[in-house]
Design a protein around this ligand. Structure first.
Ligand SMILES: [Zn+2]
Length: 195
């Protein structure tokens, strides 16, 4: 299992494995799954060594979005024209990663790669840039080397895929899938999100 948490700042993302259930009891914004404790939120790790609980703190500060900012979210829906994104956090230069819930979408017109395969899939966890703040949500883009898919599950067996050469590979199914991945796929570095 990949551990994508940022060691320096102890920032975690939804889905990150933050401990084993033998080490800590899941606290706020966490859950136990197959012997692991998993983060359910964007935020900072907090370990309570006395009660042996681990939780994720989610700062909800006021912030006004602007174009060019980096957001994190998950692909919820896709059709030929647009991918719908549930935005869960925004990166602010002064404050760092801030939980922020918003609706966003990505235009799909230029998102098809070789063999006409889309460069994202439903459920993919992405980092995107705000192109425009529209009436119906955020217009997002994933062009740029630090933008794109950060975590994805194999569409067949639902295990996390690893980056191998230019593609994503499932060790379990021994097959590859194509995505537009961010260059830090598998080792997410939140502190380098300087838009
Ligand atoms: Zn698989």
């Amino acid at each position: 299992m990949q551990n994508t948490q940022n060691e320096k700042e102890n920032l975690v993302l939804p889905g990150d494995v933050i401990a084993t259930a033998e080490e800590y009891v899941p606290g706020r914004n966490t859950m136990e799954e197959n012997g692991d404790v998993i983060s359910l939120a964007y935020g900072r790790l907090k370990k309570d060594e006395k009660n042996l609980t681990i939780s994720v703190q989610t700062p909800r500060r006021k912030i006004s979005l602007h174009s060019g900012q980096i957001v994190y979210g998950q692909i919820m829906k896709m059709d030929q024209r647009r991918a719908t994104v549930k935005v869960g956090a925004v990166f602010d230069r002064e404050q760092g990663l801030i939980e922020y819930v918003a609706d966003g979408s990505i235009g799909m017109s230029s998102q098809y790669g070789r063999n006409n395969e889309p460069s994202m899939h439903i459920g993919d966890f992405i980092r995107a840039k705000i192109l425009r703040i529209g009436d119906r949500g955020l217009d997002l883009g994933i062009f740029g080397k630090n933008l794109g898919v950060l975590r994805t599950l194999c569409t067949k067996c639902r295990l996390p895929m690893v980056k191998k050469n230019a593609a994503l590979y499932c060790d379990n199914c021994e097959r590859t899938e194509i995505r537009k991945v961010a260059d830090d796929y598998g080792m997410i570095n939140i502190m380098e999100d300087m838009a």
